[in-house]
Ligand binder design. Structure first.
Ligand code: NI
Length: 170
């Protein structure tokens, strides 16, 4: 297990679409475990491969939280995840480990179905709503080089860029 360095906006690696995984190997499983460890350490509820400098279509998600004792803590380690169905719209206040300190409201689908391979290479389908649906959309976007701030107005994106630049200069 290893903690990985998190790539920060505006690093160009966050903009490159990731390649499909052709075979779920031990190396892929190791990368997923390292990503999960890095996510828990951050702490965050999701992490995508480009955020740790990897170019494969891999995400990890765990939205279980102490605030919701009813929801079983569940770690998803997904390979080649794809949204296969979507329904409804919902406002979602989001942040991103690669864009520290920024939280903004964007629109997401309310419910989605995701097809993927699990860490054993077995096909799985996830029917998700609530925070899990939002988190899956956010992380799958990362695999296509899309960040949540892309959904904001150009003006707001400019403000965020200058705020982050100032933070980085400190
Ligand atoms: Ni993110």
């Amino acid at each position: 297990m290893a903690l990985l360095d998190i790539v920060l906006f505006p690093d160009a690696r966050l903009r490159e679409p990731c390649d499909p995984v052709t075979e779920v190997t031990d190396q892929i499983r190791q990368q997923l475990r390292d990503m999960a460890e890095t996510m828990y350490d951050a702490p965050g509820i999701g992490l995508a491969a480009p955020q740790v400098g990897l170019r494969s279509r891999l995400i990890v998600v765990d939205v279980g939280s102490d605030d919701e004792p009813e929801s079983p803590r569940r770690l998803y380690q997904l390979v080649n995840p794809e949204i296969t169905a979507s329904e409804g719209q919902v406002d979602s206040e989001e942040g991103c480990l690669s864009i520290p300190t920024i939280r903004e409201t964007v629109q997401r689908f309310e419910r989605i179905s995701v097809a993927a391979l699990d860490e054993q290479g077995q096909p799985i389908t996830i029917d998700a709503d609530g925070l899990l649906a939002i988190c899956l959309q956010h992380e799958i976007d990362h695999l296509n080089g899309i960040l949540f701030i892309d959904y904001l107005s150009k003006l707001k994106q400019q403000l965020i860029k200058s705020k982050l630049k100032k933070l980085a200069q400190r």
